[in-house]
Write a protein that binds this ligand. Structure first.
Ligand SMILES: Nc1ncnc2c1ncn2[C@@H]1O[C@H](COP(=O)(O)OP(=O)(O)OP(=O)(O)O)[C@@H](O)[C@H]1O
Ligand SMILES: [Mg+2]
Length: 368
């Protein structure tokens, strides 16, 4: 048989990875080493939901890559495995950033179809009340991830709706809010603050030892036996710890070092692979905007792209308005988006927000 380079590669298999997908961001681990205490606490708060009773609202806060989103999703999954009552609804507020959008998703999760356009938030509330009056078996557990985005966009009322859902929407719901902003309590409306911050889990940066434990667990499934030099995991863990105790950084580095080793036909991932990948990651400087870009909508991406192109000197709001040929109401939308991106730590604006803020200069934030 004539030799076929792909067949040959397939039969040899990569010597490095057993299952690369275990290191990708979308992989859902079934255990969270280093977060046993937080996991136990959140599970205890949510326990009533397994019996169909509304649990209290819970706030999860902490720096990037500390496992907040993963824990919330994992517990929702486990909860729906044991309870027919719990109806998990995960919403990322970078994607769905309005009160209307969120309540609309709730209506749809409860099985009612809603026309997406042409109706107001009040009508969605009316629809929810109607659902609440019918016999109601399911208990929605709503996760609002990156919830600070709602405050920046003046959409905070939905936090009241969901944290006081029996009064506001006429049906019981549970709310889990997630944010990077450790000071969010100060920015919340008093009525929301009292219910949301009563049960507050603060996620600390991971220590090097915790990151080592997490990476070792993943590596067992991701790599072939003896495909890793013994110093690789400690190094990736140290880099993640230095980047603010960020597990995303550590996992990403381990994955890209593995890929580099495989590309080069090496038999083991070595410290030199990690260092080379680390250097190139620094070159391309993963700004917070890039790390979270999977969560941005098209318009946000365009805005960030434009600001990035302007480089170190930045770009004024006025320049952005003319680039997008924005009329008055579109300028307002752009200003809201900039405010959200700013509070999300993705861009920074210099100058004051007076007279339409045309002269504020925008740059990409490099650290955060
Ligand atoms: N304890 C853990 N065990 C296993 N994997 C973890 C753990 N903590 C975090 N991870 C992994 O690290 C990555 C980042 O975690 P996650 O997205 O949950 O962070 P986050 O706190 O929500 O960050 P951000 O605030 O930036 O959204 C994910 O790929 C997740 O699977
Ligand atoms: Mg998250």
């Amino acid at each position: 048989m004539a030799s076929n380079v792909f067949r040959q590669m397939a039969s040899e298999g990569g010597s490095i990875f057993r299952d690369e997908s275990v290191l990708r961001p979308e992989f859902m681990p079934d255990e969270l080493p280093g977060r046993e205490r937080e996991m136990g606490e959140l599970a205890a708060y949510l326990q009533p939901a397994a019996r169909g009773q509304a649990p209290p609202s819970v706030l999860l806060s902490g720096p990037p890559g500390t496992g907040k989103t993963t824990m919330a999703r994992l517990l929702l999954k486990q909860l729906s495995e044991v309870s027919r009552h719990a109806l998990p609804l995960y919403i990322n507020c970078w994607e769905t950033s309005t009160r209307f959008g969120i309540l609309n998703e709730l209506v749809m999760a409860l099985g009612d179809m809603m026309p997406r356009r042409g109706i107001a938030a009040d009508e969605v509330v009316a629809r929810l009340k109607e659902i609440g009056r019918r016999e109601q078996k399911s208990l929605p557990i709503v996760v609002l991830d990156e919830m600070d985005r709602l405050l920046a966009g003046h959409e905070g009322q939905v936090l009241y709706d969901l944290s006081r859902s029996s009064e506001a929407l006429g049906l019981p719901c549970a709310l889990i809010g997630i944010t990077n902003d450790s000071e969010i309590a100060l920015k919340l409306d008093a009525r929301v603050r009292s219910s949301l911050t009563n049960h507050h889990l603060q996620f600390k940066p991971y220590t090097p030892a915790q990151l080592k434990a997490i990476l070792s667990e993943r590596a067992k499934r991701a790599f072939n036996p003896s495909a890793l030099d013994s110093e690789v995991i400690p190094l990736c863990a140290a880099v993640g710890a230095k980047a603010g105790g960020d597990c995303r950084v550590a996992l990403q580095l381990l994955l890209s070092a593995g890929r580099a080793a495989e590309r080069q036909g090496a038999r083991q991932v070595l410290v030199s692979h990690v260092k080379a990948e680390q250097a190139s990651a620094m070159d391309t400087a993963a700004t917070p905007a890039e790390r979270k870009s999977a969560d941005l909508d098209e318009m946000d991406k365009k805005i960030i792209e434009r600001i990035k192109k302007a480089g170190a000197s930045g770009l004024s709001s006025g320049d952005l308005y003319s680039f997008f040929k924005a009329n008055e109401s579109e300028q307002r939308t752009l200003r809201n988006r900039l405010a959200r991106l700013e509070s999300g730590g993705l861009v920074e604006g210099e100058g004051i927000d007076a007279s339409g803020g045309r002269t504020r200069r925008w740059k990409i934030r490099k650290t955060g």
